[in-house]
Design a binder for this molecule. Structure first.
Ligand SMILES: [Zn+2]
Length: 216
């Protein structure tokens, strides 16, 4: 028997689930902790839990893994610890077990890498867009007091004005939007955001550089 089978044969799913704080009624029904459940829609028996509302489903180990966002193995060890079960958690893994464990680790590492890339992209892009907003503001100041036509002569400034509201909208999404909105922006318009930000920065630096030279 491996650790998972040993844990499951030592303690019932219901005992485990109740131990981690879920109130299970006499009929085996409980309010599901995995979704906003007002009326009990999770059925708990000796071997499994199943939520008719959100579909959460599994055995004692799966419940603890889902509850604490840990791996199945960590969940099994946690149950061994918390229930003081006499199960050796340092068992020698077979080659097959090791391989499947490594595969899970690889997948986790890949997901973590993508998430990190996404987070970095958000932070970088917020900085870039803020810089764009500042440049637009500064550029606008350089046109104050000049003849109105000057604004239209500058293609760069016209470009900045054209995209000013878009930049503001993207900043709103990245600072206050839902994760889904951010992901959409990253996946669908990510390149466009970078391209426009780069153009605004080039235009802004040109306008500001030029005025500085004139002033000097
Ligand atoms: Zn549920």
């Amino acid at each position: 028997m491996n650790i998972f089978e040993e844990v499951k044969s030592s303690v019932s799913a219901r005992a485990v689930i109740e131990n981690y704080g879920l109130k299970v009624g006499r009929n085996g029904m409980a309010c599901c902790p995995f979704h906003n459940d007002k009326h009990p829609s999770m059925k708990v028996d000796d071997t499994h839990y199943h939520c008719f509302g959100c579909g959460a489903h599994g055995d004692a180990i799966g419940y603890v893994a889902q509850m604490y966002s840990i791996s199945q193995y960590e969940a099994a060890c946690k149950i061994v610890d918390d229930f003081h079960l006499l199960i050796d958690t340092n068992h020698e893994f077979s080659e097959d077990e090791k391989k499947s464990f490594e595969k899970v680790q690889e997948q986790k590492a890949f997901v973590a890498k993508v998430q990190k890339k996404f987070k970095n992209w958000i932070n970088e892009t917020i900085d870039e867009l803020k810089e764009c907003e500042n440049l637009i503001e500064e550029a606008r100041e350089t046109f104050i007091g000049k003849e109105p036509g000057a604004v239209f002569i500058s293609n760069g400034f016209a470009y900045m004005l054209r995209y000013e509201s878009v930049v503001g909208y993207w900043l709103d999404v990245l600072c206050m939007g839902s994760e889904e909105d951010k992901r959409q922006l990253f996946l669908v318009d990510g390149k466009e955001v970078k391209r426009i930000a780069a153009n605004i920065k080039r235009a802004g630096n040109e306008i500001l550089g030029r005025t500085r030279q004139c002033a000097g």
